[in-house]
Design a protein around this ligand. Structure first.
Ligand SMILES: [Zn+2]
Length: 97
C-alpha cells in the first residue's frame, strides 16, 4: 500500500520543491473537478500532472490509505512530473461549493 498520509497533510510550506501550498491545492482541486483528465500544475502548467491513484478519503491511524474506485467520496493522489510534488486531493463530493 502506498504511504501517503504525509501528502494529505503536507500543504503548508511554500517552497518550489516542497509540498503544494493550500492555494495550489485548491487550484488543483478545482481543475480536477472541472476535468479530471486535464489538471494543470499551478506552477508548471498543463500536461505535467499524473493521477497516481485513487484512495479512500479516510487515512488509517497507521498512516496508510486504501486504494479505491473513483466513485462517491474518494481522494486522488496527484503527482507533478516537473516540480516533483505530490498531493492528495479530496475529489469526491466532500467539499461544498
Ligand atoms: Zn509542477
Amino acid at each position: 500500500m502506498n504511504r501517503i498520509a504525509h501528502l494529505m497533510a503536507g500543504a503548508e510550506l511554500p517552497q518550489p520543491s516542497g509540498p503544494f501550498t493550500d492555494a495550489e491545492a485548491l487550484e488543483l482541486l478545482m481543475a480536477y473537478r472541472r476535468d479530471p483528465s486535464n489538471v494543470p500544475c499551478p506552477t508548471c502548467g498543463p500536461e505535467q500532472i499524473e493521477v497516481l491513484a485513487f484512495i479512500e478519503p479516510e487515512i488509517d491511524s497507521d498512516g496508510f490509505a486504501s486504494m479505491t474506485e473513483p466513485e462517491g467520496d474518494y481522494a486522488a493522489a496527484l503527482y507533478c512530473h516537473r516540480c516533483q510534488r505530490a498531493i492528495g486531493i479530496l475529489a469526491g463530493a466532500v467539499y461544498g461549493d
